[in-house]
Design a protein. Sequence first.
Lengths: 296, 503
Amino acid sequence: MRLRVYHTTRYLYPQPARESHNELRLMPRSDDDQTCLDFRLSITPQARIFAYDLPSGRVHHFNYRPPHNTLTIQAEALVVTHRSDPFYFLQLTTEDRAFYQLEGVRQRYAEFLAPTPRVPLVEDADRIAAIARRQAGASTASFLISLTRALYRVITYTPGATHVNTSLQQVLEKRQGVCQDFAHLMLAVCRRQGIPARYISGYLYTGQRHEETEAHLTAELPAPLVSGDAMHAWVECLMPDERWCGFDPTNNLLANDHYIKVHYGRDYNDVAPVRGVYHGPAEHTLEVSVRVVREA
Amino acid sequence: MSIFAGYQTDGFFDEMFQADGQPRPHYRKLYQRLCAMSPEEFRQRVRLAELTLFNQGVTFAVYGDKHGVEKPWPFDLIPRIIPAEEWDLLERGLTQRLTALNLFLYDIYHEQKILRDRVVPRELVVNAAHYRPEFHGADPPGKIYVHICGTDLIRDADGTYRVLEDNLRTPSGVSYVLENRSILTRVLPHVFRDLPVRPVDHYISHLLANLRELAPRGREADPTIVLLTPGVYNSAYFEHTFLAQQLGIELVEGRDLFVDDNIVYMKTTRGPQRVDVIYRRIDDDFLDPLVFRPDSLLGVPGLVNAYRAGNVALANSIGTGVADDKVVYAYVPRIIEYYLGEKPILPNVDTYLAWNPEHLKYILEHLDTLVVKAANESGGYGMLIGPQATREEREEFARKIHAQPRNYIAQPLVPLSRAPAFVGDHCEGRHVDLRPYLLAGKNGVTLVPGALTRVALRKGSYVVNSSQGGGSKDTWVLARETCMAQQMQESSTVTGYQTEKGE
């Protein structure tokens, strides 16, 4: 699928900000599942853009020193996605847990098994795992599909219910969250089960134009897919064939060619799309718009 | 009566005296000189030394002390002497160790061969508190991560030197090496004439030369070098001011620097001045709020990316703390063999890792005989000395170890060697360690023939950290007769650089 992404981030400051330094993780990856054909970045007011590469993807950065009341970051990407059948590689029937006990596996993926500040390996995660196991077949893939579904049913997608610093424990208590919370919770469950799992930031092509989304609010239509106001988040798990496979507990789906990966990491902190510091007023308004359109 | 009357070695290895009470051969001349002095005369010289230190403002700071921040630097007048052949061993052993550690750091931030070959368990490195995945793939100049190192060594019951800690982040204390020497040459000048004591003052010119050679391409001719300090509240602030002044470079805080388009500038009264090399004495966490801790006000936003781009050099580099982790320390002998194909010249202290279930069991069963340390603490904090601890303290540590086994190691309590320290009117044995300072540059690793000998001034104490009641001694490395020529050469280097600075 050929997808074009328009992603605009705008900061509005009540009084002028200055000495703004920013790191951006906005460029889609190129890997077995997708190819980023084109990527453009523009900053207003104009700033010189620098970049470097990490194993997880490309990082851009810039600074803007003079006083400014708004800062706009516009990213546009053209991506071809390949994973049209996400079930193709999955082994759904045979017990294959021995793979995760191999010392080599535990060492090679050690960073995706360890707790992080945002993903403490809380014991409550085991209860969710138990629910998922009851409804799953013998294989890991079957367990992860069941887990995706369990999280989708246990947690209610509620925009605004949590903020960027809400803890995993609070999410579990409220049973409400956004895609970031779904992803962090799934990471905790998987890591406690010894399955290496990583956080994915990216975009989801929901197949709807914006007017249609509005229409859903009034008409009795099936619920549209959600991808948040901004970027989407989901989880990749290491399968016993040593491939990464994407699971989206927010939408109860496997990641297919509607999904565009941008960065992966141990948790949200590693992949935050815009990270910045500046001198100026603490309060500011953030406006984000994301549009994903299919091209012929 | 001499100041050594009634001196007992108490079964410990003593730096100055043999078990039979006779001074060791390399101490004999010093012993004779000191014996010729009455305790009263010696006390006068001690007072003179203290007064000089006070007047020169040589201080250090202790965090959380209600009696104020700055303390006078506690100093013991009797020097520690290291004979030439022992120093040769230390020089070879420490050079080998730092060479291997720099290769290790380059490897783990690039191909991770040593981890793939399973010489060091990968999880210990990638999940280490001071591992910096953000810095993966970056190329520090000359592939050197650690330019300045202050290794802690101890001597055990039979006098074997063992490495206790590597200190690869922002090691401090070298200013005291230089200050101690300058005090002793003033207070005991005649004693120096007896012995071929190798000079230490070329440390500064050597450090400056190494910092200069880090300058980015095109900036080599006249690089701007600065020392970046966290500020007056840091325990080593005295040293930061001392080194900046000695090196003839600006002492700056984070707020004095800024980054624009990936270039670092210093604010001056004549406008921005480009900075090429930063001798930083701020830990990674606080260096750049854009990349590391966003709440840090000490650092410079954008500095890490400017460094990554090669537009400024940092000494030491980012991410060195991972090799300083006390759990990774346990693997250094294997790291040396892996990269250099050589046996380690200087042994470690035996170390048990709570991370390893078998070791964990042993540690918990032997808490009353072991020293337990947190993997990433320094300055003598976060430590349990089993044999001297109360039952409650041991139980508290057992709980901590259980909760986070990866964060603790244990070592047998090494009966540290002792050296005589002057207490009131006579000398008593006090435990000591040794911290030599290493510099790594394009031309390899060099050691200044001298070191900081830290001494636990409290009777019976094993903790030599200045934050915990430790003092220091001047440390004399003796030259072989054949080394005199080299010594002459070293002195001439000093002159060379002083001229250059004066221009």
